[in-house]
Design a protein around this ligand. Structure first.
Ligand SMILES: Nc1ncnc2c1ncn2[C@@H]1O[C@H](COP(=O)(O)OP(=O)(O)OP(=O)(O)O)[C@@H](O)[C@H]1O
Length: 362
């Protein structure tokens, strides 16, 4: 949670979200019973190795998958009206959903060219959003568009409004996409690895911008990232995903200092502490589950040093095991302590990208 006011109702309550993708090799159950709440102004980091279901989850929150992909469950969004009850975005009529998308809820992607229109100038794309969602036209829209580019750190913003996306560098395109996404002053930003392709300085600048806007607009963010350093710097809470399910959710410091799932524990136990920056990373042996042919029981059991017959018999549900800390591990209370606060400290100065860890580690 962010500082100040006591928590009110969640902005987003996700309940039993499932996404099933038909493939020639059988149905792929990419997202399996995901539950979480997101409070106004909260930044939630969604982490997990490649293929764990992070992007599919994020897209499902805005019902962006198309048939034959099936989405079930509830994505209760409480921001649409001040007084009205939350509404399930998965069953909202398309016309109403369109006004929520890109308006109250914006999404930014890892690759900006998929979101930018190559035949419209950057200025036109921002003013289009301003017209549609904020009712701004003419000079007022242009002034605001320049202000938004300025906010994202683009130099000479007024002059750059006439440029087309191909005239921008990769980092500037990313910032332009963020300016478009933020034009509507969304209540919720869904960000899928928004800084992965950028160099560290620009990445830092964009993360600071998101945090500033979170403060200014009380915007909530779901941030998908492979970078635990980004999580440590940016997020209030973390959800760890594995095999299409949430394995653990907790406040960022709590998760990094007292992980209560064997998977998170394995991941963090392999990270160097502040006092041992050069210690080699210890991979978790084995590979992720095949989402078409899931094993019985806990999907992490085949790779888990703590696994017992009980783990292999039934898949444990995500339970609250400490205040505000949820885990789907029946051995959460048997895990030895890890490096304490030094783990978080080690993440801040160092950028640790999950996919660069040795084979089979998270
Ligand atoms: N359109 C699709 N058709 C078939 N399979 C898909 C489709 N989209 C996603 N998948 C599969 O769903 C699973 C989850 O994918 P997803 O992109 O959500 O993973 P991720 O955690 O975001 O990975 P990454 O970090 O690499 O982006 C993967 O096995 C992926 O191959």
């Amino acid at each position: 949670m962010t500082g100040g006011a006591a928590p009110t109702a969640p902005l987003l309550s996700v309940r039993d979200l499932n996404v099933r993708i038909p493939t020639p090799g059988g149905e792929l159950h990419a997202v399996r019973g995901v539950n979480f709440d997101l409070m106004p102004g909260e930044v939630l980091g969604l982490v997990g190795e490649s293929g764990s279901g992070k992007s599919v989850t994020l897209r499902a929150l805005l019902k962006l998958h198309r048939a034959p992909i099936r989405m079930t469950g509830e994505v209760m969004y409480g921001g649409q009206t001040q007084a009205g009850p939350p509404q399930n975005l998965l069953t909202l009529p398309d016309s109403r959903l369109r006004s929520v998308r890109g308006g109250q809820i914006s999404m930014i992607f890892q690759e900006p060219m998929t979101a930018l229109n190559p035949v419209l100038s950057v200025g036109e794309q921002i003013t289009e959003n301003l017209r549609e969602h904020k009712g701004l036209r003419g000079k007022a829209a242009l002034d605001r568009a320049a202000e938004l580019l300025d906010l994202t750190g683009i130099p000479s913003p007024r002059a750059r409004l006439a440029d087309y996306p191909h005239q921008f560098s990769g980092g500037m395109r990313q910032r332009a996409m963020i300016a478009i996404a933020l034009a509507s002053e969304p209540k919720l930003l869904l960000a899928d690895e928004p800084t992965t392709a950028l160099d560290v300085t620009i990445q830092d600048q964009i993360l600071r911008l998101l945090l500033r806007l979170r403060e200014e607009l009380n915007m909530s963010v779901v941030l998908v990232t492979h970078d635990l350093g980004v999580v440590a710097q940016t997020c209030d809470r973390v959800a760890v995903m594995y095999g299409g399910r949430l394995m653990e959710t907790a406040g960022v410091n709590e998760l990094f200092t007292h992980p209560l799932h064997a998977y998170t524990h394995g991941l963090l136990g392999s990270l160097p502490g502040a006092d041992a920056h050069r210690r080699p990373l210890r991979p978790i042996p084995g590979g992720p589950p095949d989402l078409r042919r899931l094993p019985q029981g806990c999907t992490f059991a085949p790779r888990c040093t703590y696994a017992t017959d009980a783990c292999r018999a039934a898949e444990p549900p995500l339970m609250e095991v400490a205040a505000g800390h949820h885990s789907a591990c029946i051995h959460y209370d048997k895990l030895p302590p890890i490096g304490g606060a030094s783990v978080v400290e080690s993440l801040i100065p160092e950028t640790l990208v999950l996919d660069t860890l040795p084979e089979a580690s998270l």
